[in-house]
Structures are given as C-alpha cells and as structure tokens.
Design a protein around this ligand. Structure first.
Ligand SMILES: *Cc1c(COP(=O)(O)O)cnc(C)c1O
Length: 383
C-alpha cells in the first residue's frame, strides 16, 4: 500500500512561469508587480481594501501587536487552543497573555466565558477561527465595543470562509476585527511556502501599518511620490515578502475556486462516510454553527480519549496513512507554565487530547479518502 501523507502542497501550475515573469521584470524585492496583483485580488474578491502581504502570518500578527501598541503588563485575551504565534506576537511586546477555554461544540474560543476574563488591563482580544470556522463575531465585537478592546482575527486558516451575523450579511473572515492576519504557509489552503497577509479594517492603523512593514520608514509614501525623501519615522521591521513569493501566491489565487471546491468535496466525503461512527457514539465529527461556513481547511474527528486517539494514529501509521493531532494547548505548554499560573481549561484539554486531523489536500483521491475512512472504521470495529 502506498503511503498517504497528512499534507501535500498543491501546485496550481503557473507558479514557475509567474516567478520567471517577476524575475524578468527586473524588480524582485517587495511590493512589485505580483504583490500588487495579489493585493488587487484580495480587494476585488473579499473587499480587503487594505491588505498587505507579509512574510508570514506570524509576522502579520507581530505587526498587529505593534500597531495596537500593547505595553508591558497589558492583557491580551486569546484561546489556549491555538498556534504559538497568536501569543508570541504579543508576548514579544511585553504583554500578558490571558488564555480562554474552547467551546463545548467547537475548538474556537468560548465567547460566553470571555467577559469574566476582562480586567482593566485588557487591551486586545485575539480570535482564532479554527479550521476556518468562524467564531461568533457578533458576541465578540459587542464585548469588545463594550470594554473598548481591539479585536485581532488570527485568520491563518480561514481564507475564503464567511460569517453571517444578526444583520444577515455574509462577511469574509478577516474583514470583521480591527486587524486580521492570514497565512499562506504550505499547510494552508492557498500557499506560497511561507507567507502571510495583514488586513487592516480600521483605518486608524493604515498609515502606520505600511511604515512598520517597511523597517519603520515612510518608504511606501516615497514610492507613491507623496514625499521627496524617506527616513526613519517609527519602530518597524522587514515584513514585506519578495515579489518572487507573491508570484507563486498569485498562481494559487487564480485557482482559488478549484482549490476550494476540491477541498470542500474531500471534507464532505469524510463527513458522509464517517457519519455512522458518530451515530454509534464512537467519534464526534466537526460542527459548523449556522452563522459560519466551512472552507475545507481541516477535517478532524474527536476520539473519546487520548489513548483511543493514540491507538488510532498508530493503527493508521501501521497501514501507511499519516493522521495528525493538533495543538498542545498554550496553558499546558512549557513556556506558559514556567511563567504563569495555569488556568483550568477543560474544553481545550479535550481538543488537545482527543482531536485528530485526517489527510486533506487537493491531490487526495477519492480512493485514498475511502482507504482513510476504511481504516478509521476498521479501527473502531476492533476496539
Ligand atoms: C498556521 C498558523 C499560524 C502561523 O502561520 P505562519 O504563516 O506559519 O506564520 C498562526 N496561527 C494559526 C491559527 C495558524 O494555523
């Protein structure tokens, strides 16, 4: 039996041709021809009028942390069940991370447990739309407005996913918080190897965002001809990607519909085939709230406990299929535990211990999906 990996980066076809075009253009540093094409794509398709490509989502989050001006001792509330970058970006600026529990029915932050965590030092809420499934943004934004907090969407996983609130309007994830950070890492739906994007939805942050991204200089204004020299005006770093990366990304963006259609089809096939196991009470399948969409980023099952999950991972590996658990919740991480009192977050513990992601990538065939599902079902016949 051939090996089925957990992920395989999808190559759309025009990546190398566009890279060549970028090289031939004579300008391969940041904000070149293809960066502009990508920015235009996001503006047109999602209304992200103020999107800035970055070198990674981690860097976009670091930019967000600088922009919101968190100071040592300021508190930033975020889910514990997330990737380290959601936290590190703020910790790098001296902020204190306050970790929140996940929902009972979804790994996303439990909106109803948030208000109890807000102290006078609170400054930011970071939401993570896990697996591209929206958090309840009506509740989050209302809470943020009430307590004068800034909302940063860690939108790493949620390209082409949407939220429909009480106003009935479908909004792309990444357009609702004050700032949002996307990832184009090779494990995401649309990729450039490493890569990311900051979306600025609150115009207050716009001018400073391009300065921070350009090493703390007003070089972007200079290149637009708005000023006659550029100089050091603020703190900053080098957060803009080479145009070669943007060229790769643009080839992917042109294939957004094909990528999304296939990924969602794979997701639904898993869902349908594994439904009987949920009916029998052996596993739990993903839940998508009515206000959220599914973008086919992750398909996961929830096992009853960690031992069952470890058994399933081993059984699949033994049969040449690689399935992957996900986060060690931040509140159980070495770094957090060494520096903080550890909160009790039972739902995060559940997802850390029991969640298992099945292979999901564009080139996964229907036969391979069947093989993965047969293994999951075969395992549960044996336990
Ligand atoms: C992938 C991911 C990141 C990091 O993205 P990079 O582009 O690799 O920096 C951050 N947060 C979440 C939730 C992610 O899934």
């Amino acid at each position: 039996m051939h090996f089925i990996p957990f992920n395989k980066p999808f190559i759309a076809g025009n990546e190398l041709a566009y890279i060549k075009q970028s090289v031939d253009s004579g300008k391969i540093s940041g904000d070149g021809l293809f960066t502009k094409k990508c920015h235009d794509f996001f503006a047109k398709r999602y209304g992200f009028g103020n999107a800035l490509l970055t070198t990674s989502c981690t860097d976009a989050l670091e930019m967000a942390a600088i922009l919101v001006d968190v100071k040592p001792g300021d508190e930033v509330i975020m889910p514990s069940y997330t990737f380290v970058s959601s936290a590190n970006a703020f910790v790098l600026r001296g902020a204190k991370v306050i970790l929140a529990d996940s929902r009972l029915d979804h790994p996303g932050i439990d909106e109803d447990k948030l208000e109890a965590l807000i102290t006078p030092r609170a400054k930011v809420i970071v939401v993570v739309h896990y697996a591209g499934v929206a958090c309840n943004m009506d509740k989050i934004m209302a809470l943020a407005n009430k307590h004068n907090l800034i909302v940063v969407e860690d939108a790493a996983q949620c390209i082409d996913s949407f939220y429909t609130g009480a106003d009935g309007v479908s909004k792309p994830l990444g357009s609702i918080g004050h700032l949002a950070a996307f990832s184009f890492h090779e494990t995401k739906n649309v990729i450039s190897g490493e890569g990311g994007m900051l979306v600025v939805n609150d115009n207050r942050f716009l001018g400073r965002a391009e300065i921070i991204r350009e090493k703390g200089t007003n070089r972007s204004q200079f290149f637009r001809g708005e000023i006659d020299k550029y100089e050091w005006v603020d703190i900053g770093s080098s957060y803009l990607p080479t145009d070669i990366v943007a060229a790769f990304l643009y080839a992917q963006l042109e294939n957004m519909d094909a990528i999304q259609t296939r990924r969602k089809a794979i997701w639904h096939r898993y869902m349908q085939t594994l439904l009987p196991l949920q009916v029998q009470g052996k596993i739990k399948l993903p839940y998508i709230p009515e206000y959220a969409t599914n973008n086919g980023h992750i398909f996961y099952v929830l096992c009853a406990d960690m031992d069952t999950r470890t058994g399933l991972i081993d059984y699949m590996k033994h049969n040449s299929v690689y399935a992957a658990f996900h986060y060690v919740s931040l509140h159980k991480s070495q770094f957090f535990m060494a520096n903080n009192t550890v909160p009790n977050l039972p739902e995060c513990d559940k997802y850390s211990d029991c969640l298992l992601r099945l292979p999901l990538f564009y080139d996964l065939t229907d036969e391979e999906i069947e093989r993965v599902c047969d293994l999951v079902m075969g395992y549960y016949q044996g336990v």
